[in-house]
Design a protein around this ligand. Structure first.
Ligand SMILES: Nc1nc2c(ncn2[C@@H]2O[C@H](COP(=O)(O)OP(=O)(O)OP(=O)(O)O)[C@@H](O)[C@H]2O)c(=O)[nH]1
Ligand SMILES: [Mg+2]
Length: 577
């Protein structure tokens, strides 16, 4: 329709977008709900059909990269649900707060995410005008400072004031309409078009995200159902006291979450030491330990000294559950994952078995399931959730809804069960590994083969020695060369911790053999040197005697322990014994 006007409302969180949208279309606005998804509205203003898209707001201080991906997707989508594209964007800014550089950058970043050429089609709408006091909107813009000026200039100095409470005669709405028509005329009816490929990609991504979210939800439900069955076998356990530790980065909502669990008063004091609060929930004693926060973006080395020690102290209470508190209204990037891993590393690997991710600011999700947020954020958050065994829960701390606490306690119970199962599985695995190692050892040793090789080697050495003594040729001794591959997995037996130790023992065995052979050769050498008659030094009987001695020594020491015999004297003594 030629006369149709298509508008998209954009702006920071709680800036008054929905209020403006409803007032402009003259629709009663009673709901004070957070807008979490694009909402398409239609109306008629001064005889023109209006299609208006209300959108979720960004955090006014946040850079684009800290905005959740699902919200960024909505910003792009807003231009697509009023095809073929919007004529005008209304950038809503409330005058309640002084407009800073961060506000400007946040606005610029989010607007330009939709498209760089968005500014030619934008009008600024200032709301909550009672905060202007005696100033006119023009004076406000002039006096507010450089950053607001830069932004108004970007928008071609197009702005209006619009306060639903103050616009009793409708003049502000009329002025807004006039400005819109003017801009559309200036732009010759040109409307904003988003790159078609970008939209197609976005649609495919969102479809994938939704599918993955549904699959995760299903997977979690299945697991919970199984654990639920196990839980009911242990009836009565629910009454035992529960220790919960809260961990997280600064301003993640830990304090609030703790007070929601215990239904206690909210304290907004910064946590510098562990704060232990006890209470009774559904007749059950619950202790919640709040801990000092780590940074969200900075490495652990920059934490206050107390952070690590206080967190470790909190763990002394042997908590049943660790709640890793993550706000659901911000992005979760690889850098957050790294910071979390760094900060949780001192707690050991098994800490993840006791951890549930507790998402705060659940209200920002609207009707979106938390799985949608998890999957849309992508690898980093998915990785964290998987590390926590797919355990997560959502809190909206600003409501009195107690079911969220009951559900959390259920999940904690299930986790305790799951953890116990893992423990027993570990034990089973340890035993299994041990027996496998024994099997590996015996297989690897192939005991009979090795025994055979040992004896053969020993006899070969005997024979070699005999020959050397007979032929009067002196050759070096021969070390054992068993067909063992002494690298690879560690093995366990009562005697050896690993193959290396077995190798050591074998070498010691042969060391002795070599020592004795060598001393005998030396003895023969001495005889040769002295030009003595060999027969007077050694004869076959002597050789036989020596071999018997060595053999006896071997038998004795092989069967008892790996004690050493250090000389021929001792060898003789052993023989006599
Ligand atoms: N007095 C006054 N209050 C306003 C005005 N605009 C919004 N508010 C109040 O500000 C709060 C947020 O208003 P919404 O219109 O829901 O703001 P929004 O930008 O749509 O909020 P999100 O969708 O959550 O980002 C509500 O309590 C409104 O009543 C205004 O012009 N004057
Ligand atoms: Mg809204």
């Amino acid at each position: 329709m030629a006369d149709e006007l298509r508008l998209v409302l954009l702006g920071g969180y709680r800036s008054g977008k929905s209020n403006v949208a409803h007032s402009f279309l003259n629709v009663k606005y009673e709901s004070d709900q957070i807008t979490t998804q694009c909402v398409k509205m239609e109306g008629n203003v001064h005889g023109r059909k209006i299609i208006l898209v209300d959108t979720p707001g960004w955090w006014k201080w946040d850079q684009l990269c800290d905005t959740p991906k699902r919200l960024k997707a909505e910003l792009v989508r807003s231009t697509n649900i009023c095809p073929p594209g919007p004529h005008v964007f209304l950038l809503v800014i409330d005058v309640e707060l002084a407009f800073s550089e961060k506000h400007r950058k946040a606005a610029e970043g989010h607007m330009q995410f939709i498209g760089d050429d968005i500014w030619n089609q934008t009008i600024m709408v200032f709301t909550k005008l009672k905060h202007l006091g005696d100033k006119t909107i023009e004076q406000f813009v002039e006096l507010q400072g450089e950053d607001l000026n830069k932004l108004t200039q970007k928008c071609g100095n197009r702005y209006v004031g619009f306060d639903t409470d103050l616009d009793t005669d409708g003049s502000q709405a009329k002025e807004l309409f006039r400005q819109i028509e003017k801009l559309v005329a200036e732009n010759k009816g040109h409307f904003f078009k988003v790159d078609a490929t970008r939209l197609t990609d976005l649609e495919i991504t969102m479809k994938n995200v939704k599918e993955k979210a549904a699959a995760r939800e299903h997977q979690v439900l299945e697991k919970r159902r199984k654990l639920e069955k196990i839980k009911s076998a242990d009836a009565g356990q629910d009454a035992t006291p529960l220790n919960i530790v809260l961990l997280g980065w600064v301003l993640s909502g830990k304090i609030l979450a703790g007070s929601v669990i215990l239904d206690a008063d909210i304290s907004f004091d910064k946590t510098v030491k562990c704060v232990r609060t006890c209470g009774e929930v559904n007749g059950r004693q619950i202790t919640v330990v709040d801990t000092p926060s780590w940074w969200k973006f900075l490495p652990h080395q920059l934490n206050a000294d107390s952070v690590k020690t206080e967190i470790l102290k909190a763990m002394d209470s042997s908590p049943h559950a660790i709640l890793l508190v993550i706000p659901a209204d911000t992005s979760f990037l690889e850098e957050q994952m790294k910071v979390i891993l760094e900060n949780m590393r001192p707690l050991g690997e098994n800490v993840w078995r006791q951890t549930i991710v507790l998402f705060t600011w659940g209200g920002s999700l609207g009707n979106n399931p938390i799985e949608y947020h998890i999957e849309s954020e992508g690898d980093a958050l998915v990785g964290l959730i998987e590390m926590c065994g797919n355990r997560y829960h959502v809190f909206e701390s600003m409501t009195d809804d107690h079911t969220q606490v009951n559900q959390l306690l259920e999940k904690i119970e299930e986790m305790i069960k799951e953890s116990a199962l893992l423990e027993s599985n570990d034990e089973h695995q340890r035993k299994k590994k041990k027996s496998q190692e024994r099997e590996i050892l015996s297989e690897w040793l192939k005991v009979e083969d090795v025994k055979k090789v040992l004896n053969e080697e020993w006899e070969r050495s005997d024979a070699m020695m005999k020959e050397m003594l007979k032929t009067r040729a002196v050759r070096g001794g021969r070390s054992i060369d068993l067909p063992l591959h002494l690298s690879g997995e560690v093995i366990n037996t009562q005697l050896f911790v690993n193959k290396q130790q077995l190798k050591g023992a074998l070498e010691r065995e042969w060391n002795r053999r070599e020592a004795i052979d060598s001393s005998r050769i030396q003895y023969k050498q001495k005889c040769l040197d002295d030009n003595a008659d060999m027969s007077s030094c050694v004869d076959d009987t002597d050789i036989q005697m020596s071999l018997v001695k060595v053999h006896n020594w071997y038998q004795r020491y092989h069967l008892s322990d790996y004690g050493s015999v250090s000389s021929n004297e001792e060898l003789d003594k052993t023989d006599q014994d």
